[in-house]
Design a protein around this ligand. Structure first.
Ligand SMILES: NC(=O)c1ccc[n+]([C@@H]2O[C@H](COP(=O)([O-])OP(=O)(O)OC[C@H]3O[C@@H](n4cnc5c(N)ncnc54)[C@H](O)[C@@H]3O)[C@@H](O)[C@H]2O)c1
Length: 356
């Protein structure tokens, strides 16, 4: 197996990236250096890494505030830390935001990925003991009807500015492999949930709105279906690919855990009510159907047989336990919630949502 010495984690202050850094320290034998490069947009939060920072900063963990679109800044990081592996999480990640303002999505997700690839190609030359792992989404495949699954071979059909920008970045990564022999792997994963997820995504929004007795906004008829995976299971899959995956290949990652949004929200009402020792029906009455998101994909469902059979990966956290763990985390981390809801995010919400 390839010895990884210096791994560059882009977007390591975001939801999945910060969980990945925790995962490397807590759940793997990895003993190299971790370099977290993050621009710290509204979604990046160094508080996600307070413990890691205290224990490991300057020894095995290094934070660098950097924009992946800045060629010189990224070049400097490759040289300074002698990077041999990249795991590329950094992205604008929220579909609703991509509908309001796609520009940042094109800039970071497409141009930022291009800039990283260019740097990797220039720094690594024709080395084959290096790897660029690109993290992507199942949303690139479009929308499913009532049956069927997304496979690694499913043709791309992105339908939001977010998914189109991620699809574009996937194509660039594959093109660098085909054209320049850059060693790459890719993964397309379904919806993640867990601690440190920014409270604009479905599960944290609902947990916090239930707790705060605010309306629980559900798009359209609430029957859109998503496949949910606990964030650590995504990260263990990405780590398996980095260590054992075949260069140039793509692996689907999923929870095999499909839920209609409305059923999930009802279940969250029941669970949070149990934690707070309150009446479930009161919370369920807060459910408010709102005008559907433009171009809202109906159903996503991943077939992840390949990573299971070829790399021996499997999900380890069942949904019931994962949701309980997540709810408990959000109920016990009010300071984190107050902090991420202030600053840039607050300004953006006021500008974009104040007239609604
Ligand atoms: N959240 C999901 O359910 C999910 C599912 C599948 C795939 N993904 C993919 O996983 C990755 C991480 O998603 P997430 O949910 O953790 O996102 P997130 O929005 O929580 O975090 C993104 C991070 O990237 C950083 N960032 C943004 N622009 C940057 C730039 N130009 N330069 C450097 N850093 C920048 C942000 O500061 C933030 O820390 C994304 O590529 C996303 O497409 C997410």
């Amino acid at each position: 197996m390839r010895k990884i010495k210096n791994i560059l984690v882009t977007g390591g202050a975001g939801f999945i990236g910060s969980n990945f850094i925790h995962y490397l320290f807590n759940d793997t034998e990895f003993d190299g250096r971790i370099i977290n490069a993050d621009k710290l947009t509204y979604a990046g939060n160094l508080e996600n890494l307070t413990e890691i920072n205290k224990k490991h900063e300057g020894k095995r963990y290094f934070f660098e505030k950097a924009d992946i679109c800045d060629y010189n800044a990224i070049e400097l990081l490759f040289r300074k830390y002698d990077i041999d592996t990249v795991i590329h999480f950094a992205a604008e990640s929220h579909v609703d935001r991509s509908i309001h303002g796609p520009r940042d999505f094109i800039e970071t997700n497409i141009n930022g990925t291009f800039c990283l690839l260019e740097n990797a190609r220039a720094f690594w030359g024709d080395r084959d003991d290096v790897l660029f792992h690109h993290i992507s989404t199942d949303e690139v495949f479009g929308s499913l009807g009532e049956t069927g699954f997304f496979y690694e071979t499913t043709p791309y059909d992105p339908r939001s500015p977010y998914s189109a920008s991620k699809a574009s970045s996937d194509h660039l990564v594959r093109a660098y492999n085909h054209t320049y022999n850059l060693p790459v792997t890719l993964s397309n994963c379904s919806n993640n949930y867990g601690p440190y997820q920014f409270p604009e995504k479905l599960i944290p929004v609902m947990i916090l709105n239930i707790k705060e007795k605010k309306p629980l906004p559900v798009y359209g008829d609430g029957r859109n279906i998503r496949d949910w995976l606990y964030v650590n299971d995504h990260n263990s899959a990405a780590w398996a690919i980095i260590n054992k995956g075949k260069t140039g290949e793509t692996y689907n990652i999923g929870g095999e855990n499909e839920w209609e949004n409305i059923k999930l929200v009802n279940s969250l009402c029941e669970k949070v009510a149990r934690f707070l020792k309150k009446d479930t029906d009161y919370y369920k009455k807060l459910i408010t159907f709102v005008k559907d998101r433009p171009g809202h994909d109906r159903r996503y469902a991943i077939n992840c047989d390949r990573i299971k059979s070829e790399l021996g990966w499997k999900q380890s956290v069942d949904f019931d336990a994962g949701l309980d763990r997540t709810i408990e985390w959000y109920l016990n981390n009010q300071r984190w919630i107050d902090n991420v809801r202030s600053g840039e995010y607050k300004k953006w919400m006021e500008k974009n949502y104040s007239k609604r």
